[in-house]
Design a protein around this ligand. Structure first.
Ligand SMILES: Cc1ncc(COP(=O)(O)O)c(C=O)c1O
Length: 442
């Protein structure tokens, strides 16, 4: 058997994450190649990528300049330790990321995933207050329906029940703001819903309950992604910022999905005009090509740690692969590509197009809501009675097997978030295919 024939014939050993494994192994969904807007099945059938892989391939797939940068980097410097040593590209990348982040978000800490970025941000927040002589500020406040990855910190402040309920008592000292979704008030809204800014005032109730002196940080996704795409109500994030300022609480934006163009700007912070104290990122930084994540922090956060003796580590935290040379090279090439092709502006320009195309499906009997913002659209499907998640799951399966399209499923919600290189014809094709999927799973 030649190497080319060596496709896997035993699917048993690999335990897929966030996947029903028995079903998958009966009816596998496998892609073996990708280019630009498409994946390809092992038999060569193109699969339209309506989800940028997993919210990450913003520049499209296997783009030449990124591929070349990774190849050259692997031949030049394969690894360099990031504790006590460094390599040049990581400094260049940090400067580039800092310059894309708004205001004085100007120091960058690297890790390898969104989960690590979220846990890093939470640890930084607690350590920051201690460094400032406020060691009682340890409480972390997240939000219902929030997703901050799968580390113990992330699931403790997260608000997706299935990601939490199996794992015991989680981190002590957390609390959760209410989520911002209300179908009766918001159904079929394009962009930010008018209703819901007042929900930020729940933070004041938490301050009244716990006392500000015990609260380190609030973490939210500016647009909740994994729970089914919930754009923030108009004014909500500004109100959170004001309350955090009033009470000395750090505000963390988890921008793992939203950073690098997804909402038509470099960051959601920029789009919504609200600057957090710490911003996480991952995914789009390398367009998904090499794992990388990180946190951008404001000057006052970084400075708080720069006080000890010269030889003593300032932050006792880091990962072997922080700022890995391959990831740094991939990220620099990706940021160049975003800039040269104007992909963030492109997403902004096409936002009305995607919204209109998505909303054209309104009226389908199966659809309970459609939400759109930036280069994202989400569809809530009526659940199958007694089997929550089944309709969404079937829609994802049918899309792949019968329409040759990849979409993202979360419960009974299907999210569409194509690479930012998508042409109008690709967008038309996505919603045509999805219309047929809806008919098939009705
Ligand atoms: C907002 C947010 N935070 C964190 C994560 C976790 O990222 P990762 O899967 O890279 O750990 C995700 C992943 O989708 C996310 O959307």
């Amino acid at each position: 058997m030649s190497a080319a024939d060596a496709t896997p014939n035993d699917l048993e050993s690999f335990w897929l994450p966030f996947t029903p494994n028995r079903q998958f192994k009966r009816e596998p969904r496998i892609v073996s190649r990708a280019k630009d807007m498409h994946y390809f099945k092992p038999d060569g059938t193109p699969v339209l990528d309506a989800t940028a892989g997993l919210w990450c391939s913003n520049a499209g797939h296997c783009r030449e300049p990124i591929v070349r940068a990774i190849q050259e980097q692997a031949a030049e410097l394969d690894f360099a330790p990031s504790f006590q040593f460094a390599h040049p590209k990581v400094f260049e990348l940090a400067s580039r990321v800092a310059s894309l982040a708004p205001n004085d978000l100007d120091h960058v800490f690297f890790c390898n995933s969104g989960s690590e970025a979220a846990d890093t941000a939470l640890k930084m927040a607690i350590a920051y207050h201690r460094a400032n002589g406020e060691g009682t500020r340890t409480r972390l406040i997240g939000r219902e329906r929030g997703y901050h990855g799968v580390g113990f910190g992330g699931i403790s402040v997260g608000g997706m029940v299935a990601n939490r309920k199996f794992y015991g008592p989680l981190l002590a000292g957390t609390d959760h703001l209410p989520h911002t979704y209300n179908r009766a008030e918001q159904a079929f809204t394009i962009g930010e819903p008018e209703w819901g800014a007042h929900l930020a005032d729940e933070l004041q109730r938490m301050v009244d309950l716990h006392d500000a002196s015990t609260i380190a940080a609030v973490i939210v996704e500016p647009m909740a992604g994994s729970t089914g795409v919930l754009p923030p109500p108009v004014g909500y994030l500004k109100r959170l910022r004001e309350l955090c300022d009033k009470h000395g609480i750090l505000l963390i934006f988890d921008e793992v999905i939203t950073a690098f163009g997804r909402l038509g700007h470099a960051t959601a912070s920029e789009r919504f005009g609200v600057t957090p104290d710490i911003m996480t990122f991952a995914k789009g930084i390398t367009s998904g090509t090499v794992p990388m994540g990180g946190c951008v922090v404001r000057k006052h956060v970084y400075d708080a740690f720069q006080t000890g003796p010269d030889h003593v580590i300032d932050l006792f935290h880091g990962y072997t692969y922080s700022g890995h040379p391959l990831a740094a090279a991939a990220a620099l090439a990706t940021l160049d590509l975003y800039r040269e092709e104007g992909l963030f502006e492109r997403a902004k320009k096409l936002e009305p197009y995607i919204a209109k195309a998505a909303m054209s499906l309104k009226g389908h009997a199966l659809l309970q809501d459609i939400r759109t913002i930036g280069f994202v659209a989400a569809f809530d499907l009526a659940p199958v009675e007694g089997l929550p998640g089944k309709r969404g799951f079937d829609a994802m399966r049918v899309a792949f097997h019968e329409e040759n399209m990849m979409v993202r499923v979360s419960g009974d919600t299907i999210a569409v978030s194509p690479p930012l290189i998508a042409e109008e014809t690709h967008l038309d094709e996505i919603f045509e295919k999805f219309g047929r999927v809806l008919d098939k799973v009705s």
